[in-house]
Design a protein. Sequence first.
Length: 303
Amino acid sequence: MTANSSATALREPVLSPPRAGLAWGFLGVVAFSFTLPLTRIAVDGLSPLFIGAGRGAVAGLMAVVALLVTRQALPRGTQWVRAAVVAGGVVVGFPFLTSYALASTPASHGAVVIGVLPAATAVMAVLRGHERPPKAFWIMASLGAVAAASFASLQGLGGLHLADLLLFGAVVAAAIGYAEGGLLARELGAWQTVSWALVLAAPVMIVITGVEMAEHPPSATPVQWAAFAYLAVISQNLGFLAWYRGLAIGPMAQVSQIQLTQPVMTILWAALLLAEPLTWPTALGALAVVLFAALSVRTRLTP
């Protein structure tokens, strides 16, 4: 073996691009799967407004340091607008909406409703990429939304509550942020995309956090503070680094399927961490939502 071939071999990745994308995506999903249970823990001692803004403020400060230390180039032109879209979806929309929703609903319930997120992300990717998937895709995606809405309605004793509407809003916000962030990560890099989105939202998040702390000084247990720390450092920052890296490596549609495991893991963590009962309605609701989400994503992948 020549010196050049040896050097080339050393530079070759251990995993092929598809497997690397799936591995990074799975790591991100594992990180996200703890978000709802830990949010449920945090809201018992901290206000939803403080959690939603505070996690963005902490993650934003981390992003500023990382960008300055590594001397990253600034986004250009419309990349700023696209980073703002990502920020609106995953830095502002999802954290605030889930924090308020989980103040009045179990984490396992939220996991089932948010289980439609993979299908919603696929829909946003289709719209963003101007694709023309078969009718079966739209049918399955619609059935997934109906299954999630039906579960929420039945669990809400015959009607959708405000918490359910907030959760559905969180799904839309996250789907937009995921789809746009996955595309932008191919241009800016995975962690750079997350960081710039956090930086754009940081000023507003810091102001809101400061005002909320002044008006309602936070008082929480060490466990609740630890849950908040996880939300700020992992859910709002490092988890997205892994997730967007996986989407950037791609294929995006295949990597997005890993999200199908998130509701199952979240329900498991809710049972272990919060002692929430695993009821048959919850299990069947999760199965229906995940099934239709899987069919919608796989239908999109079918030529």
